[in-house]
Design a protein around this ligand. Structure first.
Ligand code: FRU
Length: 623
């Protein structure tokens, strides 16, 4: 009890044969039953109990105890030595009393002095690296986008969310909505962790024909419940209030693995017109499995694809399955399976690959050999990318902008996790192969607040702009055509007064476009090995990594994906990220950066004879 400063009264009593220690402050009293359990009695509860967090603490178990067996304890890293930030824990509205039980937190931890009752929670930004125009949660942890769907003029972005700390845990579906894919409004979490497990990734469809029986146009979410007790099982929930709240189906789960697979998750559901049925694609360890259903509740196994395909060894996660015209020809459509892989990707950790082929309602036939890997993005921070359902005539994917190697330890506090800009997908052919381009959506042009038109520049040696804008908070876009006349290097450096820089250049000799963040700012964070689990559903158990080498690196893509006479570059910088789109997304590359001051200077350089930059434009971006 030593550190408890706010104690107004304190007593010792013997409760159930155990020594209990009681203290209280305004409206709250703590009954410590040793170090393993504290019962928090609250009179006239406010809206929230504010919980003090210390990220290095072990997880305590915090439960609103209503006596219902469905009460679920949340894992919370309550402060033991010092308070880093607070998270709000909602208390029952209008109640006279509430009881919260907290397990596994020592009776002398500092949190007991700092826990507070409050009707408000301040979400004013405190993070230096919070992006200006990318979607982030207001607070807490975010990973994969989930259940993205368009309905009645709104884009819904649900996401893997921990409302009780900025590290992975307590998976809920957080929720934001947008009318234009760019401006997002934060809403309350839509689906909360429950006794069946964490609410893992999944998808949402609009049930236009009322196949599930919850009404025409009900939103139906399919997600994975993940727990040690029940494993990974697919569950369903429905919403009849435009996605604000969901009711879980009373007979969950709707699908369990027939072979007891441990990794069986992330259902993506789509309507398959020729069979007039719903199909679900689920990641099943090192393959994807298809199921079909007429009512979204009863699912039948169809087939599997993927063993031995793409980068090896692999763990398939977060699938999507879409059909797109090749080179814009509506009479020549192909199916594409999107597969998110972790770990073991080209630059380490997680990334997104895809396979092009045909589907006849039974089997997916990939048109390339198993050893062919095609990447949707060539950076290191593009993961769990899936598409928005119910978009007419468009496929738009949204990634999570991080990598499991270091996602839990990026130098951010109040929140962790951002989405990459939405990308419009299309198929093009090159050298007899079909590839998928991922270009930033046209809606992103609404971010342009100021334009600086430079025009054409003859480039031999270097061309410098000491100030990209008189002041920048690190949120801008650069657009240009590079017409190389060299067989060596041509490119640019974004840098700040501290000499931190990110380099983006074409290495014509190697036939690559490269983004180099080795000297981009903070590149080694998290001293000790932190979890980025892959073995099972728990993202915290893991092996160790070397942060320095995992973050401080250059990523590259083959220029052979482009036509090659000149290269159109569209580069988006936003505080802690750089995204490049080359030639309408034939190459997309997404990387995090952590400069300690914004890059406000720009240097172009070219080796060899005079090359040209054309149509150089710089835009200051904002919401
Ligand atoms: C991918 C993933 C999914 C899983 C979720 C858990 O990043 O591992 O497979 O559903 O994250 O948060």
């Amino acid at each position: 009890m030593g550190k408890n400063l706010f104690k107004l009264g304190m007593g010792l009593l013997v409760a159930g044969g155990m020594l209990a220690c009681q203290s209280q402050k305004n409206g709250i009293s703590f009954e410590h039953q040793g170090d393993t359990l504290t019962i928090v009695h609250i009179t006239n509860p406010t809206k929230y109990l504010l919980l003090p967090i210390q990220e290095s603490s072990a997880e305590g178990k915090v439960k609103l105890d209503t006596g219902n067996p469905a009460d679920m304890a949340m894992d919370v890293r309550l402060a033991v030595d010092s308070v880093e930030y607070y998270v709000p824990f909602e208390l029952p509205a209008g109640a006279k009393e509430a009881t919260v039980t907290i397990g596994k937190v020592a009776a002398d931890a500092v949190c007991w002095d700092s826990i507070r009752l409050s009707d408000t929670f301040d979400t004013t930004n405190t993070d230096y690296y919070r992006p200006v125009y990318h979607h982030t949660p207001l607070y807490g942890w975010m990973n994969d986008p989930n259940g993205m769907v368009y309905k009645d003029g709104e884009y819904h972005l649900y996401y893997q969310y921990n409302p009780y700390g900025s590290k992975w845990g307590n998976m809920h579906w957080g929720h934001s909505v947008s009318k234009d894919l760019i401006h997002w409004e934060h809403l309350s979490p839509a689906i909360a962790r429950d006794t069946l497990g964490h609410i893992f990734s999944g998808s949402t469809v609009v049930d236009k024909n009322n196949t599930a029986g919850y009404g025409k146009d009900a939103l139906i979410a399919l997600y994975t419940s993940a727990s040690d007790e029940h494993g990974q099982i697919q569950c369903m929930a429905y919403s009849t209030d435009n996605g604000r709240t969901y009711t879980k189906y009373e007979n969950n789960p709707v699908l369990t693995p027939f072979d007891g697979l441990k990794d069986f998750r992330d259902p993506k559901v789509f309507w398959y017109e020729p069979e007039q049925k719903w199909y679900m694609i689920v990641s099943a360890d090192k393959e994807m499995r298809f199921y079909s259903s007429s009512n979204l509740k009863d699912w039948e196994y169809v087939s599997a694809f993927g063993k031995g395909y793409g980068i090896q060894p692999n763990q398939f996660e977060c699938p999507d399955f879409i059909q797109l015209p090749v080179n814009g020809d509506p009479n020549n459509k192909k199916w594409v399976m999107i597969v998110n892989i972790n770990p073991g990707c080209l630059f380490g950790g997680s990334a997104t690959e895809y396979f092009v082929g045909d589907f006849d309602g039974k089997e997916f036939k990939c048109e390339t050999k198993p050893e062919v890997t095609k990447w949707l993005d060539w950076g290191k921070d593009h993961y769990a990318a899936v598409c928005i359902s119910n978009l007419d005539g468009r496929e738009v994917a949204v990634p999570w902008m991080s990598n499991w190697q270091y996602a839990n330890v990026t130098p951010i506090r109040q929140y962790r996790g951002a989405n990459g800009l939405p990308r419009e997908l299309s198929l093009y052919t090159k050298d007899g192969q079909t590839y998928m381009a991922a270009n930033v959506v046209k809606e992103a042009q609404s971010l342009r607040k100021e334009t600086r038109e430079v025009g054409s520049v003859d480039l031999k040696g270097e061309y410098k702009m000491n100030e990209i804008f008189p002041a920048t908070d690190g949120a801008y876009e650069l657009e240009m055509d590079i017409v190389p006349n060299t067989d060596q290097e041509i490119g640019l450096e974004l840098y700040n007064s501290k000499g931190e820089k990110t380099k983006i250049y074409l290495d014509l000799k190697a036939g690559k476009i490269v983004m180099d963040r080795t000297e981009s700012g903070l590149t080694a964070f998290g001293e000790k090995a932190e979890p980025h689990a892959i073995e099972n559903h728990d993202r915290r158990k893991t092996n160790s990594i070397n942060y320095k080498n995992d973050f401080a690196l250059a990523t590259w893509a083959p220029l052979s994906l482009c036509e090659g006479k000149k290269y159109h570059l569209d580069i988006f910088v936003d505080k802690c990220s750089v995204e490049i789109f080359v030639d309408g997304g034939r190459i997309a590359m997404t990387n995090l950066i952590f400069p300690t001051e914004p890059y406000n200077s720009l240097r172009f350089y070219a080796d060899g004879t005079t090359s040209k930059l054309e149509n150089l434009k710089i835009y200051k971006l904002g919401l």
